[in-house]
Design a protein around this ligand. Structure first.
Ligand SMILES: [Zn+2]
Ligand SMILES: [Zn+2]
Length: 562
């Protein structure tokens, strides 16, 4: 029973739980149970403590979110025996094609089996070849190809919102266990890039090499990949790299600047300052403002340090005042129990008021979207009258009459004009036929924008970060058309969407098209995710003046009348 020579890392424990979820999904198992194992595996990958040690110390694992009694038992079994009886039983009874997937716990067996059948193959190796030759995508489409690509390559990226938790855990570990005097996240994370492949820190310490030694015990075992006297890279269980650079107290500001900006940004910055040698001689710089002031630059917010025009504008003193969460006055994209939301219109309204909002638009799905219980015409008529009545009863919040209207295949909107004109505004979205070619998909959206009741284009490209690329669009044409027709975009704050991307939001801003920062909330608990949308809006250089829902309703209303 005693622990063996080499302890199980958190990654190995998580792999077994994920493998169990994979095999359960081929049985007629409760999908919630499968999700629970997947969630627990993801949680364990981010934990700083060694789960094996926790088990040996008889610690209560259920204190961690996502680990209940059953999963705690499973983890204890893995630590004691190296595996799970249930996993081994399922694996030995599984068909060889399925058992062969166990090294790739993120592959969905059902999709893979379908691909095997269609392509007449029976192994992951062959599947990989079909992926590389493009045959997989041709035969089964881009979504399946994307799924397989992710499943067979090692995870090396995570969503920004998942990285927040990891950042916090690593930071505490650096300070408490590795005895760093100071530790601060830099790089892509600090710039709020939507997906992170590397989590980077700068640290202040007298003994960098013993700090690195201690770091190797993070999450049970975290391999050191490369190191120098002042810099090291680790491979974290969660799949991303961890980079740690040593910095001094006197030059903390200089190190922050060097390790935060993108390469393009740093090239422009060195051109403006005359190069790092000159900067170093002018130093030291304990803080970033010290350095910027010395070189007659205004402070450049981290989210802007991408190498567009921010350095020139810092010289001219014309940087934007970036939008913040405090500027947001209301929500323009939210669902209720009328379609696929979890809370009633009234509950959503009260929650929005408690959140500090002045208004909330209820945008339930339209009639054709059966999968999300789209609202039939008569029901929407009733909902409009219900909201009028609700507004006369409620104080401190205005409920806006709206809908998330499907853009149909031919670009028509999914409700008749007589009904649309009863609404305060619309969010119009594509939820079908993602596989249309770029010209057709672009035309479809342009035609929808020709309807005078089209106001905001919902989640413009339909992307799901790390899962599926969006459909291809000619964004220049769509932005131009939106400008001409008085249409708007949204940044969908759902952390897996963040769609518009920061790049497209920047283009829209430059064209003078206003953008809503929306959460697409499906429950009263989701308004807080607006901060992810704000992150991307700031990356796009948006000021409050470019954001629709920074306006009070009386100023917003006329913008929706075309
Ligand atoms: Zn939608
Ligand atoms: Zn929605």
């Amino acid at each position: 029973m005693a622990s063996e020579t080499s302890p199980l890392s958190n990654a190995e424990i998580a792999d077994r739980l994920a493998g169990l979820a994979q095999l359960l999904s081929t049985q007629k198992e409760n999908p919630y149970k499968i999700k629970a194992y997947q969630r627990a595996a993801a949680k364990i990958r981010t934990l700083p403590e060694s789960v094996e040690e926790l088990v040996h110390q008889d610690s209560d694992l259920t204190v961690y979110a996502g680990i209940g009694e059953a999963i705690s038992q499973a983890v204890q079994e893995i630590v004691r025996t190296g595996t799970l009886g249930k996993l081994e039983r399922l694996r030995s009874n599984a068909a060889p094609e399925i058992a062969g997937l166990s090294n790739y716990p993120r592959l969905d067996p059902k999709r893979v089996l379908r691909a095997y059948q269609k392509l007449g193959i029976a192994s992951v190796d062959e599947l990989r070849k079909k992926l590389e030759s493009g045959e997989l995508e041709q035969t089964l489409g881009s979504r399946v190809a994307q799924h397989v690509r992710q499943g067979v390559t090692e995870a090396h990226a995570m969503l920004l919102y998942r990285a927040h938790e990891l950042r916090e855990a690593v930071e505490h570990f650096l300070l408490d266990t590795c005895k760093a005097r100071k530790a601060e996240a830099v790089g892509d994370y600090r710039r709020r890039v939507d997906t992170i492949e590397e989590l980077a820190f700068i640290v202040e310490t007298d003994d960098f090499s013993s700090l690195l030694e201690r770091m190797e015990h993070y999450g049970g075992r975290t391999p050191l990949v490369a190191s120098t006297r002042t810099s090291a890279t680790f491979s974290l269980s969660s799949g991303v790299r961890l980079r740690i650079d040593r910095a001094s107290k006197e030059n903390w500001g200089l190190s922050l600047i060097k390790r935060t900006g993108s390469e393009a940004h740093l090239r422009k910055l060195t051109a403006a300052t005359g190069g790092w040698d000159i900067v170093r001689k002018a130093g030291p710089f304990a803080s970033e403002p010290d350095l910027y002031t010395k070189f007659h630059l205004s402070f450049i917010e981290p989210e802007l340090r991408e190498g567009y025009d921010e350095v020139e504008r810092a010289q001219l003193g014309t940087l934007p005042m970036l939008v913040t969460v405090k500027n947001i006055r209301g929500e323009l994209h939210a669902h209720s129990t009328s379609s696929d939301g979890s809370h009633s219109i009234e509950q959503m309204a009260i929650a929005a008021r408690d959140f500090g909002y002045e208004y909330i638009g209820i945008t339930d799905h339209s009639q054709s979207l059966k999968i999300a219980r789209g609202v039939p015409i008569e029901e929407l008529g009733k909902q409009i009258r219900f909201i009028d009545n609700l507004n006369s009863r409620l104080t401190g919040i205005r409920v806006l009459k709206s809908a998330e209207v499907d853009i149909l295949d031919d670009g028509a909107l999914d409700y008749p004009d007589e009904l649309l004109k009863e609404l305060d505004y619309t969010v119009c979205s594509v939820h079908s036929r993602f596989s249309l070619g770029k010209p057709e998909q672009t035309e479809r959206i342009l035609r929808a924008m020709d309807n005078r009741y089209f106001n905001i284009l919902g989640h413009a490209t339909g992307r799901l970060l790390l899962k599926r690329p969006g459909y291809e669009l000619d964004m220049d044409r769509i932005i131009h058309h939106a400008k001409q027709n008085g249409c708007f975009f949204e940044i969908n704050s759902s952390p897996a969407r963040l769609d518009l991307s920061a790049e497209n939001a920047r283009l829209a801003r430059e064209a003078g098209v206003k953008i809503a920062i929306s959460t697409d909330a499906h429950s009263t608990r989701e308004f807080g995710t607006v901060r992810y949308g704000i992150d991307q809006a700031r990356r796009a250089g948006l000021e409050a003046a470019s954001v629709l829902n920074c306006l009070q309703w009386p100023s917003l209303e006329p913008l929706f009348r075309r």
